[in-house]
Design a protein around this ligand. Structure first.
Ligand code: SF4
Ligand code: SF4
Length: 391
């Protein structure tokens, strides 16, 4: 079995703890994932200041039960954290922790809230993201358990394990990512790049599907009882099992990309949740999002998105005096935005998705970056960047 599904009928802590015990038993025991002395991050979904009954965030009882089990059975140290929307600062996060019930989860379990709001640039080396800023809470942990929420999402159709990892990007820098990848396809690629970067540190994905969100998720939908906890080491498998409860996962844009990249097979034959996927019980009365790809920025006309992208993300610029016309950038540009004319590279900005591959690969340092006002503003408001931990 590589995906465990257990019943969990309420958020009463004793009932959740019993379900969490059964979940870990099915997966091979807590010792398989966490060792004594380790620092464990429970990466929750805190989306914004919303109370747990809205079903937009990971319920504190799930976090408390997992944290309590880890602390009592392994002696490891547990920190609960996330970088939700808005500012990634102590003041903003203390109100998120209070309203999302995270303080209470810590009091019940002996875990601590993450109070380090620094971040670092990391190498991702993915298809569309080469580098990104990542929160120190993730980088400083020995192991991470991704404790996500079962909910619909008006951009990607579903938000579970993979989508929750977008919260590794600090604060308002997520806006920059949304503008860089302002179409659904590259955005899904970006999510898979982030997952590819994070996977070595994440030992387990646990989905809170006790009460999920349907209709207009990720924040404006309605709660719906599902009464399940779902978990596994592979985030794609866990998401696909969850999606089987309300749709054919082949229709989900992230899953289409996973199949395209060979992360899962088209038949899903490798996924073992104890029964054939077709036999997973459908959620009665579940209503998916009306139209996938319709979220906030994405519903604006292209020219508006282009304007926002122009003011909020770094733009690549060829330094003509340094360019030798070698063509290396053009060969590796994932969106074919570069042509070589008269032995110089030219960038068609309308096609550029700002992955910065060309800047990274140019052997003659001929690709520069401009930093527009919006970009500088978002960075300033997004917490504390520490490129060198010794500083
Ligand atoms: S890789 Fe650099 S030098 Fe070569 S064509 Fe591109 S910008 Fe010019
Ligand atoms: S021009 Fe450069 S930054 Fe833009 S898509 Fe191509 S490789 Fe990426």
């Amino acid at each position: 079995m590589n995906v465990a599904l257990v019943d969990c009928l309420s958020y009463d802590l004793d009932s959740v703890s019993a379900s969490v015990d059964l979940l870990f038993e099915k997966l091979g025991g807590i010792d398989k994932f966490v060792k004594k002395g380790q620092k464990v991050l429970l990466k929750a979904n805190m989306v914004r200041q919303m109370s747990p009954d809205k079903a937009a965030t990971t319920h504190p009882a799930i976090l408390a039960a997992i944290a309590k089990k880890i602390i009592s059975e392994t002696g490891a140290e547990v920190v609960i954290g996330d970088s939700p929307g808005g500012l990634y600062t102590s003041q903003h996060m203390s109100s998120v922790y209070r309203i999302c019930g995270i303080n209470e989860a810590c009091e019940l379990s002996g875990a601590k809230t993450n109070n380090d709001f620094g971040y670092h640039e990391v190498i991702v080396d993915g298809k569309v993201i080469k580098k990104m800023e990542c929160i120190d809470a993730f980088l400083d942990a020995d192991v991470v358990i991704n404790v996500c929420k079962f909910k619909t999402h008006s951009l990607t159709g579903f938000s579970g394990c993979v989508k929750n990892l977008f919260g590794l990007i600090p604060g308002l820098l997520k806006v920059e990512m949304h503008t860089r990848f302002s179409d659904l396809n590259p955005f899904c690629d970006a999510l898979l790049d982030i997952e590819g970067f994070a996977k070595n540190k994440i030992c387990l994905h646990v989905m809170d599907a006790v009460v999920g969100m349907h209709k207009n998720g990720p924040t404006a939908g309605d709660p719906i009882a599902i009464n399940k906890l779902i978990a596994g080491e592979n985030p794609h498998y866990v998401d696909i099992v969850a999606q089987h409860m309300f749709c054919d996962p082949h229709e989900m844009p992230v899953v289409m990309k996973e199949i395209e990249r060979g992360l899962v097979s088209e038949t899903f034959d490798e996924i073992d949740c104890g029964c054939p996927l077709e036999q997973i019980e459908k959620i009665s009365g579940f209503i998916p999002v009306e139209s996938v790809g319709s979220m906030s920025l994405y519903r604006y006309p292209k020219f508006v998105r282009k304007f926002i992208k122009n003011i909020s993300s770094q733009k690549v610029k060829i330094k003509k005096d340094m360019c030798k016309g070698c063509g290396k950038c053009a060969v590796h540009c994932p969106n074919k935005a570069i042509t070589i004319e008269n032995k110089k590279a030219h960038i068609k900005q309308s096609q550029c998705i700002r992955c910065y591959c060309c800047q990274e690969l140019c052997p003659f340092l001929a690709v520069g970056l401009t930093k527009p006002f919006g970009y500088r503003l978002f960075r300033r408001l997004s917490g504390r960047s520490r490129r060198n931990k010794n500083n």
